[in-house]
Ligand binder design. Structure first.
Ligand SMILES: [Mn+2]
Length: 326
């Protein structure tokens, strides 16, 4: 593993231009890792370009608060066959969306990830399922390069760290995680403002939509499940961007009556995206993998091609331990 970090550091130290990508519908760990490393490389006079495979290319509102976000370009403007490509927080090739073909063509691919379901992609694989976040691995890589993060790099990595640990509450938080947070906080960036943009920047329209979702909450005691859903019509009526509803699962999961919480959200193409969270009793990485998705033991997701009712029935069956076809 330290060998892979050394090789990655060497590739980045000699590269003139580096392309960086993360998974579609990026969260703050994905974008924070990409922009953190991009900022660091730019400080070393390496040219960088960053993207993710969404079309339309809508940036989450909080992205503007991450230093270096001007390095982001729509996937259509991303290099088609870069000499060096870095991917961050991406568990599988298809999670790159439109940029998956670029990853196949790139000469050197440094794959940085902490998802347990990742089985080691890229020509250099920096994979550690014990890491709290991909941002933590990017930090390790920067240290391997012999450097320390600047304030701009620290702000990006801190955004990844604070969100992927649920503000330092999930089980992946180790003493090293908190030491890393402390180390990043040594740098002069406005962490309180950053946390506010990440957590307390909802529109009133979103809060009303949250009310709709909470109103629909359904308990399924036989499957140890609490779930709710949002359709494209809900989003259209409320005028809320899909990316703004990413944290809605964090409200559903607080229901004490079930171990597993699910948010079933209809995508633009009509399919249903299922986000899963467990309080600890279920291995959701396995459940999601059974439906062609992936993630972590206590947080995972997948996309279902079935209708809403069928999607939920299949999920319930899987949680009861019954065999299900994807
Ligand atoms: Mn992550």
């Amino acid at each position: 593993m330290s060998d892979a970090f050394a090789r990655a550091a060497e590739v980045l130290a000699t590269a003139r231009r580096v392309a960086l990508a993360c998974h579609v519908n990026p969260d703050a760990d994905a974008l924070g890792s990409v922009l953190g490393l991009s900022n660091h490389l730019r400080e070393r006079s390496v040219e960088t370009v960053c993207s993710f495979g969404n079309d339309p290319f809508d940036l989450p509102r909080w992205a503007a608060a991450l230093p270096g976000s001007e390095a982001l370009v729509p996937p259509g403007e991303f290099p088609r066959d870069p000499a060096v490509l870095v991917t961050c927080d991406t568990a599988s090739l298809d999670r790159l969306g439109m940029l998956a073909a670029t990853a196949v063509r790139a000469r050197e691919v440094i794959w940085i990830d902490h998802h347990a379901s990742n089985d080691g992609l890229g020509t250099i694989s920096l994979l550690d399922p014990r890491a709290s976040s991909t941002a933590e691995l990017v930090y390790r890589l920067i240290r391997t390069m012999g450097d320390r993060p600047s304030a701009d790099v620290a702000a990006c990595l801190y955004a990844g760290l604070v969100t992927d640990t649920g503000r330092f509450q999930y089980e992946a938080v180790r003493p090293e995680t908190l030491r890393l947070a402390a180390e990043l906080r040594e740098l002069p960036f406005d962490h309180a403002r950053l946390a506010q943009i990440l957590y307390e920047d909802h529109s009133a329209a979103y809060l009303r939509l949250l009310g709709t979702a909470v109103q629909r909450l359904a308990l399924e005691p036989d499957a140890d499940l609490v779930w709710t859903y949002l359709t494209q019509a809900d989003l259209a009526e409320s005028g809320v961007q899909p990316s703004e509803t990413d944290d809605l699962i964090d409200v559903v999961r607080t229901a004490r009556e079930a171990d597993v919480a699910a948010l079933v959200k209809q995508q633009r193409d009509g399919r249903f995206k299922v986000s899963l969270r467990s309080r600890g009793a279920h291995d959701l990485a396995t459940v999601a993998a059974g439906f062609g998705g992936g993630g972590h033991r206590l947080a995972s997701g997948y996309t279902s091609t079935h209708g809403l009712a069928e999607t939920v029935e299949r999920l319930k069956a899987a949680l009861r331990g019954e065999p299900v076809e994807p």
